[in-house]
Write a protein of this length. Structure first.
Length: 133
């Protein structure tokens, strides 16, 4: 793993949360994006070398909607950048970690992504991401 790419925060109202984080971080979001196949709308803020991703549901069938219903707003995941997503998933599986989806899928911010089951990571949802070249 190369570094922490971003921290994902689940929010109910992305426009309202964008205003809050703009004030908090003293910088505007630099990207707003919908990932329709995952049912989410995201916005990104840059803070130093790291990013904060706000994630809201596009409808009541998205995983974020379920997350918000169960846990409310707050920390959703920590994303780690990797050089070779498929190799890293294979390595982590050999170490006993369980990917939620075996096959990488397209995520926000021009990334291919895989999530790991939080049951194996002390309850923290971990995202692995690789930039699409």
């Amino acid at each position: 793993m190369k570094n922490i790419d971003h921290i994902g925060i689940a929010v109910k109202d992305i426009e309202k949360s964008n205003l809050l984080f703009k004030k908090l971080l003293n910088t505007p979001c630099y990207k707003i994006e919908e990932v329709k196949d995952q049912g989410i709308k995201t916005s990104f803020f840059k803070t130093g070398d790291q990013k904060i991703e706000l994630i809201a549901s596009l409808g009541n069938h998205s995983p974020i909607e379920s997350f918000l219903e169960k846990k409310g707003e707050g920390l959703h995941h920590i994303a780690f950048e990797v050089s070779d997503l498929k190799s890293e998933v294979k390595r982590l599986k050999s170490e006993g970690f369980i990917p939620i989806d075996e096959t990488p899928k397209r995520g926000a911010d021009n990334k291919m992504i895989v999530f790991l089951q939080p049951k194996n990571t002390n309850g923290v949802l971990i995202e692995l991401c690789q930039e699409i070249r």
